[in-house]
Design a protein around this ligand. Structure first.
Ligand code: GLC
Length: 434
């Protein structure tokens, strides 16, 4: 069966009642950015399904605008930790009672996702009327970030939990997490589920997990939107990738708004503040790379990590910066790695197998390849695309992949969950989007 058909089959299997799970067993609910990428891929063969997927995601939006990172559409499915009862998000008055949800967010992808759907189907009336309905909700999700998460009014929002970044276990969070002291009684007792399902060597360590629980409890204490979070969280980071995606999505909303004759003045104000501060905050001249910013230590986090390539997707890099990013990736390619490893291959913290510490991730490759394509780096963009397609062809539709070519030669499968939705949807998007 060809790749596109296999991918469609997987998305069909992962479809539940109006939404897609990322993969059976490990992730049995709806995740925010997974859902966005799935909606984009489905748009190439079943637009109705993508519309339903996005509607279902926004059925979980809170009164304050927050779009949760997980919607627990089933309350009887108990195989995941932390479940809806552990989050207890109804301590926030604006959190819906159904679907139940987590209390934190994930990358704000829906602005650029709906724009992508519109570009592929510019005359579809059903899509246009859907966009008219969903537009204010997407704007409201951005408003949440500007109102509740931009404590310095810089137009750059913070996250207080690594799970919000989508890159849960990246080494860039290590220092901030190590600030958290776990003492007896500082966190409730809990039982992980992920390591019962997956190989523990591919998953975060239990020290890390304690700290994830600590930050969850901190959010809960302040009802997930209190200003005390910014005052007291040991983990408070302006993430370069999250803010790039916000800016990319703002830009999409502005373009859609102009086409549909919606008022975009509020988004334009956000956008000018965000873009004005982006470079000073995130570019680092010493390592020639975009980095994230730790608001507790007031320093940039000096690592070459995959999120630092996403400004290219958001058209935020100037000519010389994009050139530097391109030679960084070309060098990695020439040294025998698949693009794009999620972390600096020369760092002692690099681990080509462990979650977000080195492997290749499908949806990241799509964003980065798209970014370089738009800057005119066609060859590099194609390498990023072809590497991903080769990995899926060799190793299957896994959640993420080994980045060292020599190691791949000895492997028969990828890492993490199999028959993974974002892998399938990234394949479809790549194959249909030249
Ligand atoms: C993991 C990933 C996150 C993703 C989720 C569901 O937690 O780190 O980015 O959204 O799995 O696939």
């Amino acid at each position: 069966m060809d790749l596109q058909l296999q991918a469609q089959e997987i998305l069909k299997d992962n479809w539940r009642d109006g939404f897609s799970i990322p993969t059976a067993k490990l992730y049995p609910f709806q995740w925010l950015w997974d859902s966005g990428f799935v909606a984009m891929g489905s748009g190439y063969f079943d637009l109705d399904k993508s519309i339903q997927e996005i509607k279902k995601m926004f059925s979980g939006q809170w009164g304050n605008g927050l779009l949760p990172h997980i919607l627990f559409h089933s309350e009887t499915e108990k195989s995941y930790f932390p479940n809806f009862d552990f989050w207890n998000s109804n301590i926030n008055k604006g959190a819906p009672h159904f679907p139940k949800s987590s209390g934190i967010t994930q990358p704000p992808v829906f602005g650029f996702i709906i724009h992508q759907l519109l570009k592929g189907n510019p005359k579809n009336e059903k899509l246009k009327s859907f966009i008219t309905d969903i537009f204010p909700k997407v704007v409201n999700a951005h408003r949440f970030l500007y109102n509740y998460r931009d404590h310095k009014k810089e137009g750059l929002f913070y996250i207080y939990h690594p799970w919000e970044s989508g890159r849960d276990n990246s080494p860039i969070w290590d220092d901030a997490l190590n600030r958290i002291e776990i003492t007896p009684g500082s966190i409730p007792s809990y039982q992980r589920r992920d390591t019962q399902i997956m190989d523990a060597s591919e998953r975060p360590t239990s020290d890390k997990y304690d700290r994830y629980v600590y930050l969850l409890e901190l959010g809960k204490k302040y009802k997930y939107d209190g200003k005390e979070i910014a005052e007291s969280s040991p983990f408070l980071i302006q993430d370069c990738m999250m803010n790039s995606i916000l800016i990319k999505s703002n830009d999409s909303l502005i373009q859609i708004g102009k086409e549909f004759d919606f008022d975009t003045s509020e988004i334009e104000e956000w956008q000018s503040l965000s873009t004005a501060n982006f470079h000073n905050k995130f570019w680092n001249d010493d390592i020639n790379y975009f980095v994230s910013y730790d608001c507790r230590s007031n320093e940039q986090i000096l690592h070459k990590e995959i999120g630092g390539l996403v400004p290219v997707f958001a058209n935020l890099a100037n000519k010389s910066q994009v050139e530097k990013m391109a030679s960084y990736l070309t060098n990695i390619h020439e040294r025998g790695y698949y693009l794009c490893p999620s972390f600096d291959i020369d760092s002692p913290l690099f681990d080509s197998k462990r979650y977000w510490r080195g492997p290749v991730w499908p949806q990241m490759n799509w964003m980065i390849s798209e970014g370089f394509k738009n800057y005119g780096y066609t060859d590099l963009s194609n390498i990023i695309k072809d590497d991903f397609i080769e990995l899926v062809t060799k190793l299957g539709f896994y959640e993420y992949f080994e980045s060292e070519k020599d190691k791949v030669k000895t492997l028969t499968k990828g890492y993490g969950g199999n028959r993974f939705s974002w892998t399938a949807s990234s394949i479809i998007t790549f194959l249909n989007n030249d």
